[in-house]
Design a protein around this ligand. Structure first.
Ligand code: AMP
Ligand code: ZN
Ligand code: FE
Ligand code: FE
Length: 276
């Protein structure tokens, strides 16, 4: 069984449509794939239909942008009801914060000598309800300032870059509570990846388990082998699940091919049982 529990489409900042995503999953021999776009479930219906067609099991998910001590923490929510009022309001607020920071980012980019317009960025966003820095990166690429998204992040848009602007996000514990209320299973994405590592020490993770966290990603390309071993040990101590995923974004993110990391079939059975 090949199980990948974290991927993106052009409903947020990936580049494949949900249909393309599931066709690719079938070609690559995946059995199970979760679609976890940032802060939206809008791709689920198309993904479910495409998954049916190609014979891959679709897992509904959302990657929720939360924060802890000023750092960005991503919370995967499997099997949630996105219309649950508390969660829907939270997601709406997060997407509003995403859009709200755009003007400030564009002003910084103009000051840095690489002006792009809101109209250009919105064209890159297309119909995606969730605006992200990768769309700003795409506008910089189109304008010819940088070669690709990676260079745009390295020079301007990373969390420590000169054009970075913070956006509103709910606290991790509040998001865990909202996900549970909406019938979902909350799992922290790449806890020791970029940004969140400094704020997610063992005690903090244990605190989130007490608040209802079901587990965390271990096998993710942002984690090296030593981090994976340590995260697995902490999860065993805390009695929570560990998952693996590609965090595939299409051509928007390199070295994250679908299926490059997988979730253990026993863990998947447990997750399926709990969200069923
Ligand atoms: P945002 O959600 O607007 O804060 O943007 C964060 C998103 O940008 C992440 O979820 C990734 O998809 C993407 N991202 C972050 N850093 C990089 C990078 N160095 N190269 C390409 N994409 C990145
Ligand atoms: Zn993303
Ligand atoms: Fe993430
Ligand atoms: Fe992701």
């Amino acid at each position: 069984m090949r199980i990948d529990l974290h991927s993106h489409t052009n409903c947020s900042d990936g580049t494949d449509t949900p249909t393309e995503l599931f066709r690719r999953a079938a070609r690559l021999g995946l059995d199970v794939l979760a679609l976890t776009d940032h802060d939206t479930a809008v791709g689920w219906a198309e993904a479910a239909a495409a998954a049916d067609e190609v014979g891959v099991e679709f897992v509904p998910g959302i990657e929720i942008s939360t924060s802890h001590r000023g750092r960005s923490v991503h919370l995967l929510a499997y099997g949630v009801d996105p219309e649950h009022p508390e969660l829907a309001a939270m997601l709406h607020g997060i997407r509003g914060g995403r859009a709200g920071r755009l003007a400030a980012m564009l002003a910084k980019l103009a000051d840095l000598g690489v002006p792009v317009t809101e109209e250009q960025v919105r064209r890159m966003q297309g119909d995606a309800p969730s605006l992200g820095r990768p769309h700003v990166a795409d506008a910089l690429v189109e304008a010819g300032y940088v070669a690709d998204r990676k260079e745009a992040f390295d020079r301007y848009l990373s969390d420590t870059g000169p054009a970075y602007v913070k956006r509103w996000a709910p606290g991790v514990a509040d998001a865990i509570t909202a996900v549970r209320a909406a019938g979902g299973l909350p799992v922290i994405a790449h806890p020791w990846g970029r940004g969140s590592r400094e704020v997610l020490d063992a005690d903090t993770l244990r605190g989130f388990v007490a608040a209802g966290l079901a587990g965390w990603e271990v096998d993710h390309n942002d984690h090296d082998p030593a981090q994976r071993a340590h995260l697995r040990e902490l999860a065993a101590e805390a009695g929570v699940l560990t998952t693996g995923s590609s965090d595939y974004h299409g051509i928007g993110k390199y070295e994250h091919e679908l299926g490059c990391n997988l979730t253990d079939p026993d863990v998947w059975e447990e997750i399926r049982h709990r969200i069923g």
